[in-house]
Write a protein that binds this ligand. Structure first.
Ligand code: AMP
Ligand code: MN
Ligand code: MN
Length: 322
């Protein structure tokens, strides 16, 4: 049982480097800080790493100022959180060699790249798995730790609204709230913060939206991003908005980066699966929300991904009540 193995590995460790994925989301930072704090409460040395900039709203999570980009020094355990493959860690662990890696994740597409792998796609968030570790390791929940972990659960469930939110998850949310975490405050920080520039760029991208064969898509070029003045660490959540189109079963947003690579963000209605498409193009994710980073240029990237998504939009269950 890998949950038990994960507990044992963490109990035996003394100096732990913990890392999460690039282009971090709330679950990435929540599980990163949550596990770091858990280990410190157990008297271990633990350092958090993320080889990327953080979107400003995630700076509201306590202790994010302690995050460094690349681990250097001596560690006896590396932990990867919320990352489905090693490339998602960037260079975070590139300068430590010969140290065993514990891989803790909830992506169905996880490639099991650790010495010990605890991968549980039934978890709504990696932060939920860290909460299970809190219990397994007998650490009491205080207000700060509860708030840190609730951020990841609320983030990956889009405010407790995804189909994987079970009564058990709600009971965990209640426990975290009883320990002092504020659900409305986290919802406000995670979903109600956009810069004016982001809203203008969002509007421009929506103006160019297209729909074909059940797939709705939008493109954000480098020029559009530069004209808006938005920094690279900004996430528009545009794909989550586009999937609300009644005529669409799959939504996708192509964002051109400064290095010419293209970030692809996909969403599917219940009964349709974009994780397998993301995996086929070198990325990963969950059936309803997945992504990949592909070499450009935009005009070469878009047609093959669109045709794979159009096929997936035919495959799924057409009637969600059927
Ligand atoms: P996003 O569309 O960026 O919100 O990401 C949706 C889901 O896809 C998240 O679970 C991400 O972890 C996953 N994902 C996004 N981009 C990648 C990538 N380049 N490689 C692997 N998984 C990704
Ligand atoms: Mn994540
Ligand atoms: Mn996650």
């Amino acid at each position: 049982m890998s949950r038990e193995q994960a507990r044992q590995v963490l109990e035996r460790a003394h100096r732990v480097a913990v890392a999460t994925h690039i282009t971090p989301d709330a679950d990435a930072i929540s599980s990163l800080i949550g596990l770091t704090q858990l280990l410190r409460r157990l008297g271990r040395e633990a350092e958090p790493f993320c080889d990327d900039d953080l979107p400003s709203r995630l700076r509201a999570i306590p202790h994010t100022e302690e995050i460094s980009r690349v681990a250097r020094g001596s560690f006896d355990l590396l932990v990867s959180l919320d990352a489905s493959d090693p490339a998602r860690l960037g260079q975070a662990f590139a300068e430590v060699e010969g140290v065993p890696l514990l891989n803790v994740d909830h992506h169905v597409t996880n490639t099991r790249f650790g010495a010990v792998n605890w991968v549980d796609p039934s978890a709504v968030a990696t932060a939920e798995m860290v909460l299970w570790l809190v219990d397994d390791l007998g650490v009491p929940l205080d207000r700060e730790l509860a708030s840190i972990l609730l951020a990841g659960i609320v983030g990956d469930t889009v405010g407790l609204r995804t189909p994987n939110v079970t009564p058990q998850v709600m009971r965990e949310v209640i426990r975290l709230m009883e320990a002092g975490a504020s659900l409305p405050a986290l919802v406000d920080v995670l979903f109600n913060r956009r810069s004016f520039a982001a809203i203008r760029l969002f509007g421009q991208a929506v103006a160019g939206v297209q729909l074909e064969d059940g797939v709705i898509w939008a493109v954000i070029t480098r020029e559009m991003r530069h004209a808006s003045g938005l920094g690279p660490a900004s996430d528009l959540s545009l794909s989550s908005f586009l999937i609300s189109a009644e005529e669409a079963r799959i939504a996708v947003v192509f964002t051109e980066r400064d290095d010419g690579k293209v970030e692809v963000s996909m969403r599917a209605r219940p009964g349709y699966d974009v994780a397998c498409i993301a995996l086929a193009f070198g990325g990963g994710g969950h059936p309803p929300a997945a992504g990949c980073l592909v070499p450009g240029p935009l005009e070469e990237v878009i047609p093959p991904i669109l045709s794979a998504l159009k096929a997936a939009a035919q495959d799924g269950r057409a009637d969600p009540f059927g």
